[in-house]
Design a binder for this molecule. Structure first.
Ligand SMILES: O=P(O)(O)OC[C@H]1O[C@H](O[C@H]2O[C@H](CO)[C@@H](O)[C@H](O)[C@H]2O)[C@H](O)[C@@H](O)[C@@H]1O
Ligand SMILES: [Mg+2]
Length: 896
């Protein structure tokens, strides 16, 4: 064996761009313009401890965190400055007009904060690392909480099986636009941070559009995107109630891997993709023996699986067993001497089951009088961001009424069996409660993963002086954690009698039984380190396995650039395929007729004298005349993959195959008929020239098998006739080889724009560049459309040589060969759109029918969330300057 020279250079860490809804900090502005106060936020403990692990402990990864700043507020004190007293203002009306300098200052403060946290955690000497790991997403418009509305008021309820009354009104439309914008803002920020080879990891339902958007923005086909969904994913019956369901799924399937908390959520997701996107899925087992699916959607593949999140068990044990906490535990014990303590900690929203818990506790006291006066329930309910919403106020009232009724029924002057605290409690108090508890009661009616359950089991794994080792956990079967903590006492929270019985049973467990339960449960708690590493390892594997097969991802069409180019051009040529591009694929070819929306868009597009529109299809003249030419004579048409042409605003067709021998049709027809007899559901579409054997309506496996056989058989003699046998979408088509859609494209581009065509004349490559199109949008979904894209690429190469100095401001000739299908589809097109709906949205954008924010990927934003360089962006910048001047003048005044 030969020894190679040792490589002593430090191994480069794999960079991870971790995209979270909000940075793990609360950001406040103090009394002066650069007085930033940064403190830790509460909530999301599991995710934030994963960030911490990658930041402080991982030797393999270099993490970059991209996240929204959250609502930036003013510190309490600054609200009482002389200025504020003289002219009090509502924080929400204060747009926080930060200057560039302030933004830079805050970024540095955040970076420094992260570094000093690292020094504190790792007991290090000051960090010399030059790496800046925090990348804030700025969205500084008035009413900063607007960015949360769609995620929290529309998506969150649906994902938790709460159906809001239909409100596809103006308000929800605006929420959606803001949702699109926040996703756009992330994409922009990632664009500033991304380096080739980075792994992008996106978290949760605020960023559902981001995977697809990133494919749109980056021209890097090797970009690897993983998405983890922390919340539940509902059954398709609920999911499909979302008005924007398709855009949401489209957004997500831009990822390479989509991962859920458990198998039922991933199964629901796959079922939504099957039903709403017409996807197919192959199920198998992953290395942890969990179900995984290879979902094929729009012709590309996405891996879907599950991996339950964990907690930082080492840190929890370290924090929970300190002298300080010992003394807190002791005081709680003394306050409730000789009583069993049940603890609960939940956010006060309708899905955490606080009401169900109180009802069950009431039933328990009613059913087991021997426990009255012996048990206390300490329930900590933390307020949500929607504390003042009517639903939360109603819930709060309901909880208060229940607490009062239990306490008046079963309490006394010196003892109340329910101690309810509606507040956020500090970590040390929380840990003391976990330690002191004889029982933890979790009755959520829906959640992704309940980290309190995991943290409780962790704390109970530790022996201490207080004999609380192994105390049991009652867990709702509707919590995501019940899939992980399989040995908890699992209950249906809606069945208060069953929960009451379980409480009684839990209190009666002897020491040995508790120990057995705990040791099983403890083994079931996933650690955050494991979760983080497993997720990243599998996504790295995905990246390297894809390398083997030379994965080429096509970027999604950059719509802002397209729109800008469209506006600036004068000689525009549109080359559209029909089936699968302008209309969705359906079972019966006769049923694939244009929608009213398509007509409107084609009408508007062709009304502009700068535009020439051609439909270049495999369909025959009869079909194209009936549904397109007859209604919009201004369209140019090409039928049967280039065999026939009808010029713009002209009625007559030209047959380009007139001189071709058609005797082959008899032979081909015979063979196709033989296969039709053998394959129930198949049929032959006989056009003037081409013959198409369709098998969409057959048993899929049989159809595919026979299609392969038919193709082989046809190939044995078609060469003699110079025919092409093509694999279409569930069809096999035969037509003369010398015509194809690419030939038509060639003829249309090398042509004086707007002038009538002489179809039978050859083309001239001597035309001046400024007589030919300066914008060509070519869309197609199928194998035969690749000829069009290839032709455009060839012309572009030729023009580079011929007209090197006549490129547009984007450094090209305005050619957009765009395939309709997924990013991973094999194509020579330069960009992709997912499906006909996206095609119509894009065309709608060009004719001004669609708002810029209707779908993701249409705008570039400035840092306040305005469209870049727009009038409102400009106004906002000016207002910002004036605001800051006013503020600093008032500070100076105050000092004098
Ligand atoms: O070039 P195109 O305009 O895309 O036409 C290609 C073929 O489309 C039609 O078949 C396909 O669409 C049908 C309707 O959605 C679908 O039922 C069939 O399975 C697809 O293969 C059309 O019938 C063919 O003649 C075209 O060549
Ligand atoms: Mg097509």
């Amino acid at each position: 064996m030969t020894t190679t020279a040792q490589d002593n250079s430090p191994k480069r860490k794999q960079r991870i761009i971790n995209c979270v809804t909000q940075l793990p900090y609360k950001i406040q502005l103090g009394e002066s313009n650069d007085d930033w106060k940064i403190s830790a936020t509460t909530g999301n403990s599991a995710l934030y401890s994963s960030l911490e692990y990658l930041q402080f402990d991982s030797t393999e990864y270099e993490q970059h965190v991209v996240g929204w700043t959250g609502e930036i507020t003013r510190t309490e004190r600054s609200l009482f400055t002389k200025e504020a007293k003289e002219k009090p203002h509502d924080l929400d009306d204060d747009p926080l007009y930060l200057t560039k300098e302030q933004i830079n200052g805050l970024t540095t403060t955040l970076q420094d904060h992260m570094k000093s946290e690292k020094e504190a955690k790792t007991d290090n000497t000051p960090t010399t690392s030059a790496i800046n790991n925090v990348h804030p997403v700025w969205l500084l418009r008035k009413n900063q909480s607007r960015w949360r509305n769609y995620a929290e008021k529309v998506i969150w309820p649906t994902f938790h099986y709460i159906l809001n009354p239909s409100n596809e009104g103006e308000q929800e439309k605006n929420w959606w636009y803001d949702y699109v914008k926040i996703n756009e803002a992330y994409a922009q920020k990632i664009g500033e941070v991304y380096q080739k080879g980075d792994i992008i990891w996106i978290h949760d339902y605020y960023l559902l559009l981001l995977p697809q958007l990133l494919r749109m923005k980056f021209n890097d086909e090797s970009i690897i995107i993983g998405y983890f969904h922390h919340a539940p994913w509902p059954s398709n019956e609920y999911f499909r109630c979302l008005p924007r369901r398709k855009q949401i799924l489209d957004g997500l399937v831009g990822a390479n891997r989509i991962c859920f908390q458990n198998e039922s959520f991933s199964r629901h997701f796959v079922s939504s993709c099957k039903r709403l996107l017409d996807a197919t899925a192959k199920k198998s087992k992953n290395s942890s023996d969990n179900d995984q699916y290879q979902v094929s959607v729009y012709g590309g593949d996405v891996l879907v699986d599950s991996l339950p999140i964990g907690v930082n068990t080492t840190q929890i044990l370290k924090d929970a067993f300190t002298k300080d906490i010992d003394s807190k535990v002791l005081s709680i014990k003394q306050a409730y001497q000789n009583k069993k303590i049940i603890i609960g900690r939940d956010r006060l929203d309708s899905v955490r089951g606080v009401v169900q818990k109180l009802r069950a506790f009431e039933t328990f006291l009613a059913m087991y009088p021997e426990w009255r006066d012996q048990v206390v329930l300490i329930q900590v309910s933390s307020p949500t961001a929607n504390r003042n919403s009517p639903q939360t106020i109603k819930l709060e009232q309901q909880v208060n009424e229940l607490v009062n009724s239990i306490n008046s029924e079963y309490g006394s002057l010196n003892f109340s069996p329910v101690q309810h605290y509606y507040m956020r409690i500090p970590k040390d108090v929380y840990l003391s409660l976990l330690r002191v508890a004889d029982l933890c009661l979790i009755t959520s009616v829906r959640d992704g993963m309940n980290t309190t359950a995991l943290e409780y089991v962790t704390v109970k794994s530790h022996m201490s002086n207080f004999l609380c080792y192994g105390n049991p956990l009652i867990l709702s079967e509707f919590s995501g954690s019940s899939n992980v903590l399989k040995d908890a006492i699992v209950v249906n929270p809606w069945d208060s009698v069953a929960v009451a019985k379980s409480i009684n049973m839990a209190f009666k467990l002897d020491k040995e039984e508790k120990t057995t339960l705990e040791s099983k449960l403890w083994n079931e708690v996933p650690t955050i380190q494991d979760w983080t590493n497993k997720f990243l390892t599998s996504i790295k594997e995905l990246a390297s396995s894809d390398d083997d097969v030379e994965r080429k991802m096509t970027p999604a069409l950059n719509r802002p650039v397209l729109l800008e180019n469209y506006k600036q051009s004068k000689r525009r040529l549109f080359l559209f395929d029909y089936d699968g591009t302008l209309t969705p694929i359906v079972k019966d070819p006769a049923a694939a007729i244009p929608s009213a929306r398509l007509y409107t868009i084609l009408q508007k597009l062709s009304a502009d004298p700068h535009n020439q529109i051609w439909i270049i299809s495999g369909r025959d003249q009869k079909f194209l005349n009936k549904w397109l030419g007859g209604k919009l004579p201004q369209l140019g048409l090409s039928a049967e993959h280039g065999c026939f042409m009808k010029d713009v605003s002209c009625e007559d067709w030209v047959n380009l195959t007139e001189k071709v021998d058609m005797s082959w049709q008899v032979r081909v027809n015979e063979v196709m008929e033989e296969f039709t007899t053998r394959t129930p559901g198949s049929f032959i579409e006989r056009k003037k020239v081409a013959l198409t054997w369709h098998y969409r309506r057959t048993v899929p496996e049989l159809g595919e098998f026979h299609a392969k056989e038919l193709k082989e058989k046809l190939l044995t003699f078609t060469d003699d006739f110079d025919l092409e046998v093509m694999d279409g979408k569930a069809n096999i088509e035969v037509r003369p080889r010398f015509v194809n859609k690419g030939e038509i494209v060639k003829r249309l581009v090398w042509h004086q724009h707007g002038q009538p065509q002489d179809m039978l004349k050859g083309i001239s490559e001597k035309l001046p560049k400024d007589e030919m199109p300066d914008f060509v949008l070519c869309l197609g979904d199928d194998f035969t459309d690749e000829d069009m894209f290839r032709q455009l690429n060839t012309i572009e190469t030729c023009w580079k040589g011929k007209y090197p100095d006549e490129k547009n401001q984007w450094g090209n000739y305005g050619f957009y060969p765009v395939t309709v299908g997924s990013a991973s589809k094999k194509t020579v097109a330069k960009a992709h759109l997912t499906d006909p709906q996206q095609v119509l949205e894009t065309l709608g954008l060009l004719v001004g029918d669609v708002s810029l924010f209707q779908s993701a990927g249409t705008v570039d934003l400035d840092s306040r969330g305005h469209v870049k360089n727009s009038e409102s962006s400009l106004k906002s910048k000016l207002a910002s300057k004036a605001y800051v001047m006013k503020r600093s003048a008032s500070y100076t005044g105050a000092k004098v």
